[in-house]
Design a protein around this ligand. Sequence first.
Ligand code: SAH
Ligand code: TRP
Length: 330
Amino acid sequence: MQALLSTEAVLVESYVGPGEERSLADDVLDGLTRPFKELPPKHFYDAAGAELFDRICELPEYYPTRAERAILEDRSAEIVAATGAAELVELGSGTAAKTRLLLTAMTEAGTLRRYVPVDVTEAMVLECADALVDEFPGLRVHGIVGDFERHLRHVPEPDGPRVVAFLGGTIGNFTPGSRRRFLRGLAKLLRPGVDHLLLGSDLVKDPAIIEAAYDDSAGVTAEFNRNVLRVINRELDADFDVDAFEHVAFFDREREWVEMRLRAQRRMDVEVRQLGLTVAFAPREELRTEISAKFTVDRLRGDLAAAGLELRDVLTDPDDLFALSLSSPR
Ligand code: SAH
Ligand code: TRP
């Protein structure tokens, strides 16, 4: 652990080493030497990736952010009243844009004590900690720079009734098995009878609406997807010809998830110099970069139950695009 910042109001701790940042080298070595190439999505979010993601959230086609924001605008006071939340722990907090609605409702209820953002991108945790203590006088921020799949044990002991928020539909980025494993680990942060999970999940709907959200006409999502190759070029001294990869997004109707891939437009040998690795791509060969699962309330209830969590309430936007659910340990 490395303390990055420690003042009266803010403590930020990092659990990712500088060189080994997000275990990118391991993931590249593992994922690009498989028969079906694949990379985990956490590597999208360097500074450029975070900026592209912000632009995705503003796209007319990308409805999840707007829908989730609409629910929070409408129901934050109710969520705070139902949970008595004094502390908000947020996984994959990013810029905490929608989180402010919850923190405001906690302020208005007079319960707000502490915010604990957890994100793999150091700059995001530092910047949002800094901004939030200014915006919310009296708030303490304990930030964790780390991987929410590996570092949840470093989340501090609760300080009053706790809500763990996992927003943005990021839960959909796990495959079903690892999703349940992740929820089991997350449930350990919650005390029965006191704490709650607030989970944002995108809902199953018309595939055309879903596919447009992941393949916008301005090409921002395509740029975001290709950004992972730029990250590898920079961090691992690789020579991906980034523009030779085409963005592919489709809704798998059977599995009810969107798959994002990058398709090589010609044969290529990519050198990853830091790993002494050559990765061959056949023409039209695809590399899977992300899945984004869409949920029904039944699937949600089942996944939560498998982690020992009971679904208490499901809040949706007027068009039933997105769901915010409240659950708690049984
Ligand atoms: N919660 C925000 C941001 C969602 S984007 C919203 O709803 O708009 C996903 C965020 O999760 C990014 O900030 C990314 O850096 C972070 N993230 C992705 N994988 C992660 C991991 N394994 N551990 C910690 N943070 C992760
Ligand atoms: N977690 C977001 C989602 O599943 C992230 C995201 C939006 C994303 N668009 C993307 C990830 C395109 C990769 C490519 O909706």
